[in-house]
Design a protein around this ligand. Sequence first.
Ligand code: DGL
Length: 283
Amino acid sequence: MSFVFICTMQLAGPIGVFDSGYGGLTVYRELVEILPEYDFIYLGDNARVPYGTRSYETVYKYTWQCTQQLFAQNCNLVILACNTASAKALRSIQQHNLPEIQALKRVLGVIRPTAEVIGSITGNNHVGVFATEGTVKSESYRMEIGRFSPEIKVTQEACPMWVPLIEGGYASSTWADYFVRENIDNLLKNDPEIDSIILGCTHYPLLEEKIRSFLPNEINLVSQGGIVANSLKDYMQRHPEIDALCAKNGHRKFFTTDDPAWFNEKAKQFLDLNIESKHIDLS
Ligand code: DGL
C-alpha cells in the first residue's frame, strides 16, 4: 500500500482593497495609516462605477470578478471598501464562493464594523445613514445595527447624485450644494432627533466639508475609514492564521479598470495621495 501526501503551502500576499471607484481610497488611506507594515493592492472598478444604482445580480457579478482578480494577485484577504458591494455581494461571496475555494481566503466588508461602533457614538439612539440607493434598499444598515444595538432608530436617505458628482469632479460645485442640502433636509425631516449620521458610502468623505457646512454643529458625522482600519487591526489579532497569510513589506500597488492617468490625478486632487496606478482589463 502506498500513501501519497500532497502538501500545499499557501504564500502570504497583499491585502486587497476593492471599491467601484476611488471612494475606497478613503478607507485605504486609514488602513495604511493604522497598518503601515502590511502590503496592499487597491482595485477601483472605475470603468463600471457607479454600483449604487445597479441590480443585486450586477453588483454581485462585478464584485466577485474584482475579488477573483485580487485573489489571482495573491491576496488572501480582501476588504470590500464599498458599502454597496458589502450590502449586495458580501454574503453570497462568503456563503457560496469562498467554501468552493481550495485555499484559505477571506472577504470582509465595511458595514458590520460601522454597525458595531455606532451605539457608542450616538447619545440619543437616533441615527441617520446617507448611502447609495442599493445600500439603502438592501436594509443592511438597519439589520446590522439592529443586531448590535436594537434600541437605535435608523433613518436612511439615498443620495444617488453624490457619487456621480464626486467621480465627475464636481464635489466642490454649487450643483453639489443643491443635492447635499436636499438630502440633509430630507433626512432630518424624517427624524429631526438624529444626533449622528453615518456616511454609508466610501465616496462620501470627499463631500464631508460640504455636508458639515449645511449640518447643525451638534450632529456627529461618522466616516468609516478609521472605524474599518481599527476593526481590521483587531481582526488580525483575533485571527493569527489570516494575519500570517498577509505579507508585511509595506508594498503598495494600485489598479483601475479605467484610465490610470485619470485615476492618479483624482487621487492626488482629492486625497493628496501620490500614486502610480495601472490599468486592468476585466472584460
Ligand atoms: N463607494 C461605494 C459605496 O461605498 C459605491 C459607490 C457607487 O459605486 O455607487 O457604496
